[in-house]
Design a protein around this ligand. Sequence first.
Ligand code: UD1
Length: 351
Amino acid sequence: MKVLSVVGARPQFVKCAPVSRELRKVHEEVLVHTGQHYDYGLSEVFFRDLGIPAPDYHLEIGSGSHGVQTGRMLAAIEDVLVKEEPGIVLVYGDTNSTLAGALAAAKMHVPVAHVEAGLRSFDRRMPEEVNRVLTDHCSDILFCPTATAVANLAAEGITAGVHLTGDVMVDALRENLPLAKERAADPGLSPKAYFLATVHRAGNTDDPAALRAIMEAFSRLDSPVIFPVHPRTRKKLAEYGIAPAANVRLVEPLPYFEMLALLSGARAVLTDSGGVQKEAYILEVPCVTLRENTEWVETVEDGWNVLVGADADRIVAEADAAGDARRGHSARFGDGHAAVRIAAIIREYES
Ligand code: UD1
């Protein structure tokens, strides 16, 4: 079977690394990079560190409004589909690259397989939520990371082609954590003596009051805050004239290994990322989520994550208290073998 995989943004590179390796044992894979993320630190370094094969197509779409970016991807992916005639198109997660890949394939009657299907925040103001819902509704095979995701799909009437595989990010993390601890540079800070922070969601970065409240909260924390800054956030901090306080260390976006190593040693992580919430749970690091909702409800149910939005007082209170509560832990996101299952299910689909 010829599987055409579409990736484009940082978290998709992490997700596709284990899947691509398993796929290539039994299938032919054509890898398409849309170019949604194009900075070295958001893209190429992940291919290098995770040993992802070089893309067969680099569409170089780059940044733009949602319509422009998604529309350009749609047209460019369609051209590749015409040329390659794949048996299946595989898409990951919830970015504009995900939706463009799924939509281009569905319109050409090529079966769509979605890795990380069924996630819902129930907040349609998030661009990612729109991408998730639309992608799931035009997918033929839906790989769910959690039982919650399976139930979410059932509630929308999607039951055919649904598979509970576990989360491929667990595969990536399990495989790479020992390497990460070995290779990552020493941050020069004792374990549990610093916070780690990431902020990049439109809801936080495009609202000056929200970004200001988050930065104010960081300034009130009683440990250093290491803050790898996404390019859009850096731009917005400059635009709003927000300067970091003395305890907040702005650094460039981190490669995967460095991020895992820093995360595993953090007192707590403050983030609006989806992937980081899960990684924190798996590494047993308390997480303070700078959003009012999450798709990864299990992290909250098990006591490792709290939702605080962009409210400075809540952020400070929860970050201070992180580490106090007793917490449960179980393999809510799978056993680290999701990629093997995904490759096998695609094989069954073929026959
Ligand atoms: C995208 C995804 C988001 C995911 C995130 C991971 C969508 C709608 N959002 O958000 O779900 O969590 O990736 O990081 O697809 N930029 C650069 N260099 C780059 C890429 C982006 O400078 O390599 C800047 C540009 O100014 C761009 C802005 O960041 O306009 C936003 O980038 P974009 O790809 O639109 O979305 P992300 O915020 O990265």
